[in-house]
Design a protein. Sequence first.
Length: 213
Amino acid sequence: MPSKTLENRSRAAVALMVFCAALSGCSANRRPETRPSRAKPFDKGTASWYGVQFHGRRTASGERYDMNELTAAHRSLPFGTLLEVRNVRNGKSVVVRVNDRGPFSKSRILDLSFGAAREIGLVLSGTAPVEVYLVEQGGAPPRYTVQVAAFGEEERALALKGELSRYYPETVVRSDGTWSRVQVGAFDERDKAEALRRELAAMGMSSIVVAAR
């Protein structure tokens, strides 16, 4: 990339960070017949679980939480995303569907339902290190995008999109009824999305790579 372009984008990043700060909402979300994409994990970290105290309550997706179903809470993945979760300690795996938001602890990447936690031997320990894989649906391989921010109000997401689009025309806003996410690009390979994430990081803008839907 020409140095002049980098310089222009660096200046743009400063303006965007100020803009984002002004909005004060940028964020740094029975057994399915599916085929996991096991080339490499989508994410790694600590998973926990939640159960009876939430049974029957509404999840962030609007459906009622059933502690015995194979579901999970994730901070940013679209509702309906299927994940294979592998307990690193014992090698057991389970496929879950994202239908809620969480965890609220920054040290954890995923909250499993009681049923899913039971499948991989996580109930007694409470937490465990896991590898998370995106699951292909209908034979279609997963795609990736770079998420710059998530807002509870769509107007704020659209405002940030307007600023970002001046430098990244492929910027879009995707809403699921709860969150409006500002995302840049759509990639067949995670490595390409990671390259864009690093480019944004070099300009001082935090972002994450998520599944594109």
